[in-house]
Design a protein around this ligand. Structure first.
Ligand code: PDD
Length: 285
């Protein structure tokens, strides 16, 4: 089936869809994005994703391209037209089209909006989760404003490629103080021997993941202990379990860090349980 994209007011065949060559998203990575999980043809945690989108836009002084209710209709329509039951929807908003100049356009410019969706076989994710993934570490080399979900992802791209080339599924960035910040497209977690669940506070160094936020609700409901603090790769290597979270991966067990096995080198019990429980706490629209 041909895929359909929404581009600036039109639903178009993906192969024919295009944006202007002077779009600031293309020239300066001057834009933001969101990725939401689609499950059972419903969008997962849409409200939280839109709240974060609006925050990212505000931080970059890009206007919201349309009313939230309209954006919801567009996203749902792209999911429907592509007949996605399980997969992801991608939404990108850039500052818009203007003659190339680093400073913001001085004349009013409409933000550009692109929405795409694609199916992902849920069995693939389950199979990967049953095996677990390895992570490697990489020096943190991103700008400090990683709280903004910007499309400027070059360090993330290079880190993920390095992971792939080393047979790993994710790269964890390590800051100058020796602490893990987050993965190239995921938040990072460990579980201690006495079952405390550790993840870095969203105050610095990470994107405030939506999966992370929902998982914190899951932990509270299950009366599990959460500690929001940084941890080192050495602590992770000694941990009972580790896992990563993202809308595209839910809870994904980590079985090794830089080739050092975590626990018995198999997906942890807690990670498996949290993966199973997650959607009971998520919003579906
Ligand atoms: N990535 N940290 C980074 C750097 C991310 O890019 C992401 C998401 C996350 C997890 O956020 P959330 O739980 O809201 O998905 C953390 C998306 C999935 C991506 O770029 O494809």
């Amino acid at each position: 089936m041909s895929r359909i994209a929404y581009v600036n007011g039109q639903y178009e065949l993906m192969g024919a869809a295009s944006v202007h060559i002077e779009d600031r998203g293309y020239q300066f990575a001057d834009g933001v994005y969101e990725v939401c999980e689609i499950r059972g043809a419903k969008i997962v945690d849409f409200t939280k994703h839109m709240t974060r989108l609006q925050r990212s836009l505000r931080e970059l002084r890009i206007a919201m391209p349309m009313a939230l209710a309209s954006l919801k209709i567009v996203v749902q329509e792209v999911v429907r037209r592509n007949r996605v039951r399980n997969g992801i929807v991608y939404l990108q908003v850039s500052r818009g089209v203007s003659r190339r100049d680093h400073a913001f356009p001085t004349h009013p410019v409409s933000p550009s909006v692109v929405v795409t969706a694609r199916s992902i076989n849920p069995q693939k994710g389950s199979d990967t989760a049953a095996r677990g993934i390895k992570v490697i570490t990489q020096p943190e080399n991103r700008w400090p404003r990683v709280d903004i979900k910007s499309v400027s992802l070059l360090p993330n791209v290079l880190a993920k490629q390095a992971a792939k080339e080393q047979g790993a599924g994710e790269a964890w960035f390590v800051d100058r103080d020796g602490f893990v910040t987050e993965g190239s497209s995921t938040n990072a977690w460990i579980v201690t021997s006495d079952n405390r669940v550790i993840t870095r506070s969203a105050e610095t160094g990470i994107l405030a993941g939506i999966t992370r936020a929902v998982l914190i609700d899951v932990l509270a409901a299950m009366q599990l202990k959460l500690e929001e603090r940084p941890f080192t790769p050495a602590e992770a290597a000694q941990a009972k379990e580790a896992f990563v979270t993202a809308s595209s991966q839910i809870v994904m067990p980590v079985i090794a860090i830089d080739d050092k096995l975590i626990g018995d080198g198999k997906p942890g019990v807690m990670a498996k349980r949290l993966r199973e429980e997650f959607h009971r706490f998520a919003e579906f629209v």
